[in-house]
Design a protein around this ligand. Structure first.
Ligand code: 13P
Length: 337
C-alpha cells in the first residue's frame, strides 16, 4: 500500500475548498478555439484572436462577478492573454477573488476497436505543461472526456474514460493543480432517465476505482458530472425534482464524502432549467458542496446580448451576472423563478 504524501497536498485541499465555497460556482469559459469559433459565428463574428480576447475581457471584467463565481476555467490562450486594455486576465481574476483554472485535455478522437466511440487525448507531456500553467497562476485543471449512451457505451470506452481521468488526476495533483474530473455522459439519445442512471453508476464506479489505484487524494479533487436526465430525444421530460432525485441517489451511491465539491456541467440544458435543477438538488443538506460549472447556461444570453458591439458590453455583463446570481442562489437552495 502506497502512503501518499504529495508536496502540494495542503494547497490542493485549500484550493478545492475555495472553489467549493458557499453560494459560488465555476464559470466555464474554456471553449477551445474551434468551439469558440462556433459561438462567435452564431453572432456573426469572425474567429480571430482579437474577437476572442474582446469576449473574454467582457466576461472577466463583469463588475462583482466574484460574489457568485469562485473559479474560471480558461483555455490556454486566455491564461496567457491580456485584456483589451493590456491587463493580464489572471490578475483581473485575482482581483475578483476568482481562482484561475485551465483546460488541459487535448480533445476527443475516435477510439479504435469501439462502437464509433471516442477517447480523450492529452496525457503525453501533461506534467510539464501543468508545471508551466501553475507558474502562470492556474490552480485547478479540467479534463473532459465523454461517454455516449446511444453508441453503447462499450466496456472499453468506459474503462478508457475512467483510466484517462485517473491518470490525469494523479498528474495534476503532483503539479499543484486540483483536477476537475469530468466524464460527461452526453445528453444525445432517446433513452429514458433510468438508462442514464444505470450508465452513470457504471462510469463513476470505474472512475473512483482507477482514481484509488492511482493514489489520487479525494480531498483535493472536484467532480464535474452530468445531471441524470432523460436523453435529449426522449419523449419523457423530467421535472427538476425527478432530476434531483436520480442525480442525488447516484452521488450518494458512488461519491465519497471526502470529495469537497460537485460542480455540474449544463450539457445543453436551457439556462433556467440548469438553475432549477441545481436548486432542486440543494433543498436539503448534502455531504458535498453541490454547485455549477456551466458554460452555455451562464453565457448564452450574455453572448447574444453582446453581439460583438462595444455599446452592448454593459448589458451583456448584466446578463452574465443575472445567471451567475441565479445559480448562486440555486447553490444555496434559495432560487425562485
Ligand atoms: P456546458 O455547461 O456548456 O455543458 O459546458 C461545461 C463544460 O465546461 C464542458 O466541459
Amino acid at each position: 500500500m502506497v502512503v501518499r504524501a504529495g508536496a502540494y497536498d495542503d494547497e490542493l485541499v485549500k484550493t478545492a475548498k475555495t472553489v467549493a465555497s458557499p453560494g459560488r460556482g465555476i464559470l466555464a469559459m474554456d471553449e477551445s478555439n474551434a468551439t469558440c469559433g462556433k459561438r462567435l459565428a452564431s453572432i456573426g463574428l469572425e474567429n480571430t484572436e482579437a474577437n476572442r480576447q474582446a469576449y473574454r475581457t467582457l466576461l472577466v471584467t463583469a463588475p462583482g462577478l466574484g460574489q457568485y463565481i469562485s473559479g474560471a476555467i480558461l483555455f490556454e490562450e486566455t491564461l496567457y492573454q491580456s485584456t483589451v486594455d493590456g491587463r493580464r486576465i489572471v490578475d483581473i481574476l485575482a482581483e475578483q477573488g476568482i481562482v484561475p483554472g485551465i483546460k488541459v485535455d487535448k480533445g476527443l478522437v475516435p477510439l479504435a476497436g469501439s462502437n464509433s466511440e471516442s477517447w480523450c487525448q492529452g496525457l503525453d507531456g501533461l506534467a510539464s505543461r501543468e508545471a508551466a500553467y501553475y507558474q502562470q497562476g492556474a490552480r485547478f485543471a479540467k479534463w473532459r472526456t465523454v461517454v455516449s449512451i446511444p453508441n453503447g457505451p462499450s466496456a472499453l470506452a468506459v474503462k478508457e474514460a475512467a483510466w484517462g481521468l485517473a491518470r490525469y488526476a494523479a498528474i495534476s495533483q503532483e503539479n499543484g493543480l486540483v483536477p476537475i474530473v469530468e466524464p460527461e455522459i452526453l445528453l444525445d439519445g432517446e433513452h429514458g432517465i433510468e438508462r442514464t442512471f444505470e450508465v452513470a453508476q457504471k462510469v463513476w464506479a470505474e472512475t473512483f476505482f482507477y482514481m484509488s489505484e492511482n493514489n489520487v487524494m479525494f480531498e483535493g479533487i472536484l467532480l464535474k458530472p452530468s445531471m441524470v436526465t432523460p436523453g435529449a430525444e426522449s419523449k419523457g421530460k423530467a421535472t427538476p425534482e425527478q432530476v434531483a432525485g436520480y442525480t442525488l441517489r447516484l452521488l450518494r451511491r458512488r461519491i465519497p464524502p471526502a470529495v469537497p465539491g460537485i460542480m455540474f456541467l449544463s450539457g445543453g440544458q436551457s439556462e433556467v432549467e440548469a438553475t432549477q435543477n441545481l436548486n432542486a438538488m440543494n433543498q436539503a443538506p448534502n455531504p458535498w458542496h453541490v454547485s455549477f460549472s456551466y458554460a452555455r447556461a451562464l453565457q448564452n444570453t450574455c453572448l447574444k446580448t453582446w453581439g460583438g458591439r462595444p455599446e452592448n458590453v454593459a448589458a451583456a455583463q448584466d446578463a452574465l451576472l443575472l445567471r451567475a446570481k441565479a445559480n448562486s442562489l440555486a447553490q444555496l437552495g434559495k432560487y425562485t423563478s
